[in-house]
Design a protein around this ligand. Structure first.
Ligand SMILES: *Cc1c(COP(=O)(O)O)cnc(C)c1O
Ligand SMILES: [Zn+2]
Length: 420
């Protein structure tokens, strides 16, 4: 790989603006605001070109000047650059002219958007000298930390709420981390991890490495713009859990615009949450910027079941700065949307993707998103990990003996299902 100069200037408090060195710190010691990575955009402008980016391998690191490493990346060389699918069938069904799906259900290696953020955090963890990494997770992050840590030769300690889907548990344990199932909600798990991170010298990707981790989510926005021929879409619908992805996709578009890599910034961002855990969308609909935590999330979208989102405030800010909106989806609507996406586009998404598609449909039907403009919906996870909510919702299979006679006995039903 070519050598590139580093444009990171440090960390800055998002609230009071105090500067910090780029270490494993995540909150301001003066005001407890979150810290964010800062870059020297003036120096980057003119040096980072579309041609440079396009000439590089198709992974998250093709935008490395805008990612927070001092040196060479050590992980994620096969992650990112997922398909941007032109969804003709779904678009027709929803009555819109131009709909695309950013398909992170086939991100690598663990089939979710978390394959963007984890390699950035782990590469930075190595630079900072850590040998053990961890996370608090609703499932997909656990999968990603376990897999990427295995490749990177790092030890992994992973905390999840008890009761996750079997696919998320098996899809974590198979990589050999220490997996700790906590009898409590995600928010309780997260609080525990903050205490553990403070006490042991471990790098929790979404706690003390959070400023680096979250930057990886910008690559979703960079890729969308590049794949659209270096232009930002008018409307982007994104799911919201802890609140990393949505503001960072918005930030990604703004960075490309600031650097002159895209000419215009017409984008509005929209948030999607499950009705049984919608602290951000509730605040949005109430016109409040105070997010009241949901103590007991009740939804089949377990990967979005975060009652007290760390960056919920910044989700609201991105939605209001961009002029977007948000909505919720019930369990019923989530299952219907999973089936709709599969039936029209051949993409099997997990419950979180069902939330996004259901909310996209609602925002179009309610007129919040116009039917004749460019819309992107972000499908963030894979359906094979969350098959439980579909049990009994797909109809019966046709079971027969291995003979033509048995086939013909049921032929009426079989042929009938094909002609109906
Ligand atoms: C983590 C996750 C999200 C978004 O989470 P944020 O914390 O808001 O970035 C969306 N979809 C899936 C499938 C996820 O695992
Ligand atoms: Zn501060």
């Amino acid at each position: 790989m070519e050598t590139t100069s580093c444009y990171v200037t440090g960390l800055r408090c998002r609230e009071c603006g105090r500067d910090y060195p780029a270490q494993a710190v995540f909150t301001c010691e003066y005001c407890f605001g979150p810290l964010e990575v800062t870059y020297d955009y003036e120096r980057m402008r003119g040096h980072l070109t579309r041609e440079m980016i396009v000439s590089r391998p198709q992974n998250i690191w093709r935008y490395r000047e805008l990612l927070p490493l001092a040196g060479e990346p050590t992980d994620g060389l096969n992650s990112g650059f997922t398909p941007l699918v032109r969804a003709e069938n779904l678009g027709r069904e929803l009555g819109v002219r131009e709909l695309y799906l950013k398909d992170d259900s086939v991100n690598r290696p663990t089939l979710s958007y978390k394959d963007r953020v984890v390699p950035v955090a782990l590469s930075r963890a190595k630079e900072l000298g850590f040998d053990t990494v961890g996370c608090a997770s609703t499932g997909n992050l656990a999968n990603a930390v376990a897999a990427h840590a295995a490749v990177a030769g790092l030890k992994a300690v992973i905390f999840v709420p008890a009761g996750l889907e079997a696919g998320k548990i098996v899809g974590t344990q198979v990589y050999g981390p220490t997996l700790i199932c906590v009898e409590g909600t995600y928010d309780e798990v997260n609080r525990l991890c903050t205490e553990v991170a403070g006490k042991y010298r471990w790098a929790f990707v979404n706690v003390n490495l959070r400023p680096y981790y979250t930057e990886g989510a910008k690559t979703c926005g960079f890729e969308i713009a590049e794949q659209l021929g270096w232009r930002a879409p008018q409307h982007v619908v994104l799911p919201v859990a802890g609140g990393t992805l949505l503001p960072k996709v918005w930030k990604g578009f703004r960075e490309l615009h600031r650097l002159g890599l895209i000419p215009h910034l017409p984008t509005k961002v929209y948030g999607a949450q499950p009705a049984g855990c919608a602290p951000v969308v509730t605040a949005l609909h109430e016109g409040s910027d105070i997010i009241r935590p949901v103590r007991k999330p009740r939804t089949i979208a377990l990967s979005l079941a975060i009652g007290n989102p760390a960056d919920g405030f910044y989700v609201l800010k991105a939605i209001s700065d961009s002029g977007g909106w948000g909505d919720t989806a019930t369990d019923e609507e989530i299952v219907d949307a999973i089936k709709l996406l599969a039936r029209t586009e051949g993409i099997f998404t997990e419950t979180a993707g069902g939330v996004t598609i259901a909310v996209t449909k609602k925002l179009i039907e309610s007129g919040r998103i116009p039917r004749d403009e460019l819309i992107v919906a972000c499908v963030t996870g894979n359906g094979l990990k969350t098959i439980e909510p579909l049990a009994g919702r797909l109809g019966a299979t046709v079971n027969i003996a291995p003979s033509l006679a048995s086939f013909e006995e049921r032929a009426g039903a079989i042929v009938g299902s094909l002609v109906s």
